[in-house]
Design a protein around this ligand. Structure first.
Ligand code: C5P
Length: 427
């Protein structure tokens, strides 16, 4: 077995002189057992012909959005679902700008909007174009939305200039693709939790792609960080994995997903709009701005209960043996939203060390929630914080209760979304 055996890779080639390297890349991926299909933009076809790629891969090359015969063989939506990974190499400045704006007037743009699969880009362009603020802003937007951007190489460029913007060599790109698949496999095994993105844990249980179709799901995740002075802060150990897993699963369930996140080490799940915040007050105002368009609000964030009454402008000096910080209560984001007249369906999380059902039900009532998912965090043999698995007890109404047994967080997320969808239909 080779490194990419039975891995499905959709190689998208866009306009640029580096596109000739992509013909070799297709072969290098196939050498490792990869099942490679190719999409070519109009720009790419000015440099290299679809026939070359068809001959090399042995598969028809996809070029048009509205080509009846191509659509009959494998339509753009099927093509979006088919791969394990979409690799755009070279990714031109124009392609990055188009993707950043979500344009859907060609096959690649449509595919990228329709897919829930990881999209990896190998930007390649003149070094001034790469350094341009517009391109860098587009790169930031794409990273925030969960695209993986590979670093371009530096060196002599086809235009005669020297700088950063060269497409890495095909062998190097092949190795980066292999490394990505290996990381995915590691995430699926017991693995090192520190390296694992909950959102990308492999092989989650399939979720009905229409479950939350047309719904806007707003999720908070991660910790909040409350500054004490310019160098110190109050926070907690929340990894954000459960919230990110829910965001990824909600996209798969057909929802439009906005994730308001405290600082985490996780990648943005594909298809999710992520807004980064630090403090609870910032998290609240971001959430409030999205609520009017929200159908389901899931508060997973571990919001700090208190913040400093006033943040010191200068670093606080150590002088006395003891010191007292004056803290004030943070707003309860979930409760603030659930008390609004235009409230969405509100879901809370509760981490309890004892009397799980009792405490969870009491929070359900006090925060006026539609549903609460409770974690037993008292069991030291089965940690929740930072772990890749979880088990939940879900409560609603007077007597509603369902247990979601311990499983990878993506599977638990899918099961919780199924309960939420059911409650949405039968309130
Ligand atoms: O009150 P407690 O912190 O146990 O409540 C947990 C639930 O409330 C979680 O869903 C959490 O995201 C949310 N919460 C919030 N704002 C706070 C505190 C908790 O949204 N200030």
């Amino acid at each position: 077995m080779t490194a990419l055996t039975s891995r499905k890779i959709l190689l998208a080639i866009t306009g640029g002189i580096a596109s000739y390297k992509s013909a070799i890349l297709a072969r290098r991926l196939q050498d490792q057992g990869g099942d490679v299909r190719v999409v070519m933009s109009k720009g790419a076809q000015a440099f290299i012909t679809p026939l070359t790629l068809q001959a090399l891969t042995g598969n028809p090359v996809h070029t048009d959005l509205l080509d009846e015969s191509a659509e009959a063989a494998m339509g753009h939506i099927e093509l979006a679902r088919w791969p394990d990974l979409i690799l755009i190499a070279p990714a031109s400045a124009n392609t990055m700008a188009r993707l950043a704006h979500g344009l859907a007037d060609d096959l690649l743009g449509t595919l990228c909007l329709a897919t829930t699969k990881q999209i990896m880009l190998a930007p390649a362009m003149n070094h001034q174009m790469w350094a341009n603020v517009a391109t860098q802003a587009n790169a930031d937007t794409l990273k925030k939305r969960g695209f993986l951007l590979l670093e371009p190489d530096s060196g002599h460029q086809a235009c005669g200039e020297t700088g950063s913007g060269r497409m890495p060599e095909p062998e190097d790109l092949r190795d980066q693709v292999i490394a990505w698949f290996e990381q995915q496999s590691a995430a699926g095994s017991a693995g090192n939790p520190a390296q694992i993105s909950a959102a990308s844990t492999t092989n989650p249980s399939p979720i009905n792609a229409d479950l939350l179709k047309g719904k806007h799901v707003l999720i908070t995740a991660g910790p909040t960080v409350e500054p004490i002075d310019p160098v110190r802060y109050i926070s907690n150990h929340s990894s954000g994995k459960m919230g990110y897993a829910l965001a990824a699963s909600a996209v798969e369930a057909g929802a439009q997903v906005t994730l308001v996140s405290g600082p985490t080490k996780l990648d943005t799940p594909q298809g999710v709009t992520r807004i980064d915040v630090q403090q609870a007050t910032q998290m609240l105002s971001e959430v409030e701005s999205w609520v009017p368009d929200t159908d389901v609000f899931i508060a997973v964030a571990a919001v700090a209960d208190y913040r400093m009454a006033g943040i010191a402008e200068e670093k606080i000096k150590k002088q006395t043996e003891q010191m007292t910080l004056t803290l004030v209560k943070n707003p309860d984001i979930l409760k603030t939203i659930s008390l609004r007249d235009d409230r969405p369906f509100c879901v809370g999380f509760a981490a309890e060390t004892e009397h799980l059902a009792e405490h969870a039900r009491s929070k359900l009532q006090k925060k006026k929630l539609d549903l609460i998912a409770a974690n037993d965090v008292g069991n030291r043999d089965e940690p929740v914080f930072g772990a890749d698995t979880n088990a939940l007890d879900v409560y609603w109404g007077e007597h509603g209760h369902k247990r979601i047994e311990r499983a990878p967080k993506r599977d638990v997320a899918a099961a919780l979304l199924a309960i939420i969808a059911e409650r949405l239909k039968n309130p």
